[in-house]
Write a protein that binds this ligand. Structure first.
Ligand code: ZN
Ligand code: ZN
Length: 116
């Protein structure tokens, strides 16, 4: 399979139950870190994030249950994204690779985005 040099995509991932975080290794060598709760809060689906001016059901103050923030499985979506399947069965959020990288919570990326 041919791949363009700038075609950034995950090459492997690890769902770590101990730290409750998803770790993705990318084709450029970066390892991104995604705590389950932050990942769940960033769910881009219409129900969570809202759509067409309608407010979604998830905001920065939403309190999740353990089930809602337990990553059960990752399902590939075409060649551009992933859908997490959560412990409560929620599985409508499509996270594009671009969005996933932008959500990386590693120290390096947080610093680059000016977060503390
Ligand atoms: Zn959602
Ligand atoms: Zn990062």
């Amino acid at each position: 399979m041919m791949r363009l040099p700038n075609d950034l995509m995950p090459v492997s991932y690890l769902m770590d139950e101990d730290t409750r975080a998803l770790y993705i290794t990318w084709s450029d060598g970066h390892e991104s870190r995604h705590p389950y709760e932050a990942l769940r809060r960033a769910c881009p689906c219409a129900w969570c994030a809202g759509e067409g001016g309608m407010k979604g059901s998830v905001d920065p103050d939403t309190v999740f249950t353990d089930q809602q923030t337990t990553l059960y499985e990752l399902v590939p979506v075409g060649r551009y994204g992933l859908t997490p399947v959560w412990g409560d069965g929620h599985r409508t959020g499509i996270y594009t690779y671009e969005r996933l990288r932008a959500l990386c919570q590693c120290d390096e990326c947080r610093l680059l985005r000016g977060e503390r």
